[in-house]
Design a protein around this ligand. Structure first.
Ligand code: AMP
Length: 122
């Protein structure tokens, strides 16, 4: 099981931030980096991450500065505009085992480009 209590510097998104592995950049500013998901679950699927180290949404919402939280939230609309998601989109943040979180660096998925159906498929 992944550890979302203690930040692991070797997680894949930390390596992307350090340019140790490649990524396809969509957007970047001082606080946020966004890149294409390697295994897209929709025609458009981008991952948005803070540049600072947070294990999960729990860690981020408890410990990030107001400025960092605002920067993350404001980036979503900017990225939706870049991706031309004019007909709408969905954001998801998986937390922990039940949420299905695989990478222990807080991230928001932004998905679109086709009708996404119900939140959870049955
Ligand atoms: P989660 O299950 O919410 O932790 O999502 C992790 C996401 O990271 C998955 O959608 C993966 O496809 C994606 N992912 C894993 N490795 C990479 C990578 N090297 N570049 C881009 N996306 C990745």
């Amino acid at each position: 099981m992944i550890d979302i209590q203690n930040y692991n510097n070797n997680n894949i998104f930390a390596k992307i931030l350090r340019n140790e592995i490649p990524s396809k950049k969509v957007f970047e500013n001082d606080d946020v980096y966004a890149f294409e998901d390697i295994n897209p679950q929709a025609p458009v699927h981008v991952v948005i991450i803070p540049k600072k180290e947070f294990c999960s949404l729990n860690d981020f919402s408890s410990n990030a500065s107001d400025e960092t939280i605002i920067a993350m939230m404001r980036s979503i609309k900017k990225i939706a505009d870049i991706l031309e998601l004019n007909n709408g989109y969905r954001i998801i943040s998986n937390v922990g085992q039940v949420g299905g979180q695989e990478v222990p660096h807080f991230h928001i998925h932004i998905l679109g480009g086709a009708s996404l159906g119900r939140i959870i498929s049955s």
